[in-house]
Design a protein around this ligand. Structure first.
Ligand SMILES: Cc1ncc(COP(=O)(O)O)c(C=O)c1O
Length: 349
């Protein structure tokens, strides 16, 4: 092994590099910033050697996240690693690419966008951030409605299957929303739409369906959920909406099951997330959240940043982030088009 670990008498952990040792006389402390600087070649050698102990991403099929892109796209990524996405005035073309991606994905999901309208959505770090934003929008809309009706608005809940990805539990805990989970049963490992609708009450901010369950990839029956919920809403005069977590399925279903109704064709579907870094075929660090229309994203959640120049509306959890993944997503969308996406998806399935 090119690296060895040692401990000083005081118990401090040290790292020595065999190959970089000609540059580095003393071992580096493991958890403290070293006192002295080292040559750049030494820093490279030490880090490169240690990284050899990581797994090989090309052999990692565990999390269905993209691990290979074409060299042309790698070049675009490399050329933009130093661009902070949030400096929208400085990098207006990158912002334009994100807007194009949002609109392309919204059209892919059949959002009802008029001729002169643009889609409502944003690029995120992944589906988890997208889900936090979607959940916040539902919570705020529900609170506004309950306040307007003079009703208590301190016990929101969300209905999901017990098969939801951990990010939903995170959302529930971080943003103080009760998670009401439909139990799975032997032989049925997705959310049962009828049971989900039974769990809906006046405090339900939305029902979340998954298109591509993390457990087994199965699509939940969003159409049946929509129809049952429409009936319940009509009966009780509620308007409980649906969110579709299409982290995996969002870039699969539109290409190989275009007839399947799971998206904005269903009236109660108000927002959809998808991971760009899964079947959007981009390296880790990109997701998308799309809202049906402007009314589904409460205005008070949108921040207007203007200290970097002109007014820029944003709705994200973080401020700064890299631009590369947005550019890479745009590359994949225009490079593959419908034609190649179909082929790619079919080889994956
Ligand atoms: C259904 C589902 N939702 C959300 C996520 C979280 O996605 P991300 O890793 O893009 O944050 C995953 C990840 O596997 C998932 O499978």
């Amino acid at each position: 092994m090119a690296l060895s670990r040692a401990q000083t008498n005081s118990g401090e952990s040290l790292i020595s590099s065999t190959f970089a040792s000609r540059y580095v006389r003393t071992a580096l402390p493991r958890f403290r910033i070293p006192e002295q600087s080292i040559p750049k070649d030494a820093a490279y050698q030490i880090i490169n050697d240690e990284l050899m102990l990581d797994g090989n991403p090309r052999l990692n099929l565990a999390s269905f996240v993209t691990t290979w892109m074409e060299p042309e796209c790698d070049k675009l990524i490399q050329n933009s690693v130093n661009k902070n996405y949030v400096d929208m005035d400085e990098y207006p073309v990158t912002t334009e690419f994100q807007n194009r991606c949002v609109n392309m994905i919204a059209h892919l999901f059949n959002a009802p966008i008029g001729e002169d309208e643009t889609a409502v959505g944003v690029g995120t770090v992944g589906s988890s951030e997208a889900i936090m934003l979607a959940g916040l929008a539902f919570k705020r809309k529900w609170q506004n409605k309950m306040k307007a009706e003079g009703k208590p608005h301190d016990k929101p809940n969300i209905v999901t299957g017990a098969n939801v990805q951990v990010c939903w539990e995170k959302f529930a805990r971080y943003f103080e929303v009760e998670l009401k989970e439909v139990k799975l049963r032997e032989g049925y490992y997705v959310m049962d739409p009828a049971k989900a609708v039974e769990l809906v009450d006046e405090n339900t901010i939305c029902v979340a369906a998954i298109l591509g369950s993390t457990l087994n990839g199965e699509f939940e029956d969003v159409k049946m959920l929509n129809d049952l919920l429409v009936a319940k809403n009509r009966l009780i005069r509620w308007d409980t909406p649906i969110h579709v977590d299409a982290a995996s399925g969002g870039f699969i279903a539109p290409f190989i099951y275009p007839e399947l109704e799971w998206d904005f064709r269903l009236p109660l579907v108000k927002s959809i997330n998808v991971s760009g870094h899964k079947y959007g075929l981009v390296y880790a660090g990109v997701g998308w959240i799309i809202w049906r229309n402007k009314e589904d994203l409460p205005d008070e959640l949108i921040f207007h940043i203007n200290y970097l120049g002109a007014d820029q509306p944003t709705f994200t959890l973080n401020f700064s982030k890299g631009s590369s993944q947005i550019i890479a997503q745009y590359y994949q969308l225009i490079r593959l088009g419908f034609e190649q996406h179909n082929k790619h998806v079919l080889t994956l399935c």
